[in-house]
Design a protein around this ligand. Structure first.
Ligand code: 1ZZ
Length: 631
């Protein structure tokens, strides 16, 4: 058993939600900058703690007083209806501070916020529609520009019928905090009561980002889960709580998507929890020019920032040695890396490239987590060199951990980065998923988790919850309930190492893609030309690799095959904003299926990796250029 003995301190009952924490911060250091946002034109907006609190109360007052809505769409059936505690509100915001105001305003008014992915202009909103159909919200919060731009043709009735609240439409007097304004009547009194009635067991938000579009799953994160995990992150990452003016301020810089657990909790909510200052920018701004991320860290003397492996890789590729020499990264104490497989080579190359900027190798902090456990599960020790194990590759494929020396031939080994120790009260067990017993030390199994950060399950999915959130280990004396992560790994020297996944999800650039969604897109793109198709992660360990096999109908002539590949890729890029690394066009019957007609994904992956699929034509992206290979 792998148990963290650090007993869970639960300093939570006196402040059962993050709104309570925000109020403390706002009264202790009202003028301290809390969150800044640099937009894509490099214009910066900042909210102080008092400013954030006042905006949160202003919007929360409005949520609770539907009569005061300056609702741009009065025809909605929910317009004018006051939400009940526990009602859901979709949050539809581009990156920026308005999203944070909306999220906390929901919590203050005991409405459950549901962050959703912000689509590109003119695009359909399948994720928003899917979340709306699943959690049946009564409100939609957005800024007025977004609400004005909502096109009834591109959105389902389930969304159009909601009460829309524009967070930036000012209808209540400034500084309308429930305690601080004597003038506050009706809604303000209601809000004060609402905040006082918040309970640790209430939902802090529903996290939909990891679900597939066709069958979305909303992870129910309670205030208790959230506050526990925020405290675990603080301890594991060694972050300072900034209570007093002379405390060393924790400064963050983040560009991660705000609707994903890592950006939302790690980037935004942790800042408020510890009373630090974080500067945010959009993922687009980072992707367009990765140097911006590092420059922001240098300019703000940031102490904490991080991203998935691909982002470190992008910096190595796109920031020149000369540019690296110009920036000062000496302040960067915690450079965390997680959300997708971590490559030791990437971390080492990053440290090497940015040594000239004053970046320290021991700042790199590999970590592991998932939305179903709120966020952080395990992380390396802060300010120490990260752990790496070189393992025998064949042993690994057979589920055995056989460390080998560094001079072993590289092609027979795989280096795996350690994700450190359980965070806070998290208990980690490595379990044989079939026998449901703990595996022996040094064997690979599924990662099972137990602790106060484990979310309360998926919204309205009792059957799934029974299997995934309430699993039991056969020989567990304490009869605990575990979350099954679907990830494979082992524990070595007290540290967790992740080796792969037993679930099908494809992780690209730290985001999860569900094969069903990609396959549905291919079918839409090809119609009658495709018989069957499958999308799999082929090179899961270094990330960034999705392969697609399409059985092409017999009537399709060979000359059309390159154009079919282009159509498949274009459509996947359009709808999912990722590209495949490999598209194989095969004859009907090439994709293995079970007797009940289900795709055998792991068999497909094996066939692709051993080059055993009989292809009519295939396209493969090389690292440097795109090239097509006719076979
Ligand atoms: P999600 C102050 N995965 O990705 C800042 N880590 O959740 C604190 N695979 O539910 C920031 N190796 O989308 C703390 N190391 O996907 C950040 O992703 C802590 O397959 C990292 O099941 C949190 C990541 C959150 C996240 C979860 C899936 C997992 C696993 C994969 C995550 C991984 C990793 C390999 C890692």
């Amino acid at each position: 058993m792998h148990r963290n003995t650090d007993s869970a301190v639960h300093p939570l009952s006196h402040r059962p939600s993050l709104v309570h924490v925000l109020r403390e911060r706002a009264s202790r250091h009202p003028d301290r900058a809390a969150l800044s946002f640099i937009d894509d034109d490099q214009i910066e907006t900042t909210l102080t703690y008092a400013g954030l609190e006042s905006r949160v109360f202003e919007v929360a007052n409005r949520i609770l007083a539907p009569g005061s809505d300056s609702n741009p769409r009065p025809e909605q059936s929910q317009a004018g209806v006051r939400p009940q505690p526990g009602d859901r509100a979709l949050l539809l915001f581009p990156p920026g501070l308005e999203f944070i105001v909306g999220l906390l305003a929901c919590q203050a008014s005991r409405v459950v916020p549901v962050p959703t992915c912000f689509p590109k202009p003119g695009r359909a909103m399948p994720r928003l529609d899917a979340a709306a159909k699943d959690c049946l919200p009564s409100l939609l919060l957005a800024d007025s520009k977004t609400i004005d731009g909502i096109d009834a043709k591109r959105i389902s009735d389930a969304v159009m019928d909601l009460r829309f609240v524009a967070t930036d439409a000012t209808v209540v007097a400034k500084n309308a905090s429930p305690d601080r304004t004597q003038t506050a009547a009706g809604p303000t009194q209601l809000l004060a009561e609402s905040i006082a009635n918040n309970r640790l067991s209430d939902l802090a938000f529903l996290q939909y980002t990891s679900g597939s579009t066709s069958s979305p799953k909303g992870v129910m994160v309670s205030h208790e889960n959230l506050l526990t995990n925020l405290e675990s992150i603080r301890k594991s990452f060694g972050l300072t709580v900034c209570n007093d003016a002379d405390d060393d301020l924790t400064r963050g810089v983040f560009w991660l998507p705000h609707y994903h657990d890592m950006g939302l909790i790690g980037g935004i909510l942790e800042t408020i929890f510890i009373g630090g200052h974080t500067t945010l920018m959009s993922p687009r701004s980072f992707l367009a020019k990765p140097l911006r991320w590092l420059t922001a860290i240098a300019d703000r003397k940031a102490t904490v920032s991080g991203a998935p492996n691909f982002a470190y890789e992008l910096c190595i590729d796109r920031v020149s040695p000369d540019e690296a020499a110009e920036i000062d990264l000496r302040s960067w104490q915690v450079a965390f890396c997680g959300a997708e497989p971590i490559a030791a080579a990437t971390l080492d190359r990053f440290a090497q490239r940015f040594k000239v900027s004053g970046f320290r190798h021991e700042s790199l902090l590999p970590c592991y987590g998932l939305a179903e456990a709120t966020l952080l599960v395990a992380s390396d020790r802060a300010a120490t060199p990260y752990r790496k194990l070189r393992l025998d590759r064949d042993g690994l494929r057979a589920g055995r951990v056989t460390p080998v020396s560094d001079d072993h031939p590289r092609n027979l080994t795989r280096a795996i980065v350690g994700c450190g120790q359980p965070a806070g009260d998290m208990q980690i067990e490595i379990v044989d998923p079939v026998r449901r017993t703990r595996v022996n030390e040094g064997e690979i199994g599924e990662v099972w988790l137990c602790g106060q950060s484990i979310a309360r399950g998926y919204w309205q999915r009792e059957d799934d919850n029974e299997v995934q959130f309430r699993a039991s280990i056969n020989d567990d004396a304490d009869a605990r309930e575990f979350l099954r992560t679907g990830d494979l790994g082992f524990v070595h020297g007290g540290d967790l190492f992740i080796t792969g996944r037993c679930k099908d999800v494809i992780i690209l650039r730290g985001r999860n893609y569900y094969p069903h969604d990609i396959e549905a897109t291919i079918h839409q793109a090809l119609g009658e030309d495709a018989v069957r198709c499958v999308a799999v992660a082929t090179d899961a360990f270094v990330g960034d690799a999705m392969s697609v096999i399409v059985e092409v109908a017999r009537h399709v002539d060979d000359v059309r095959l390159p154009e079919i590949v282009r159509r498949v890729r274009r459509r996947i890029i359009d709808e999912h904003e990722v590209d495949a690394r490999q598209v194989v066009l095969a004859r009907p019957g090439a994709i293995p299926i079970t007797t009940s007609g289900k795709l055998k994904r792991s068999e497909c992956r094996r066939l692709l990796q051993s080059d055993e699929i009989a292809a009519r034509y295939q396209w493969m992206r090389s690292i440097i250029t795109d090239d097509s290979v006719a076979t």
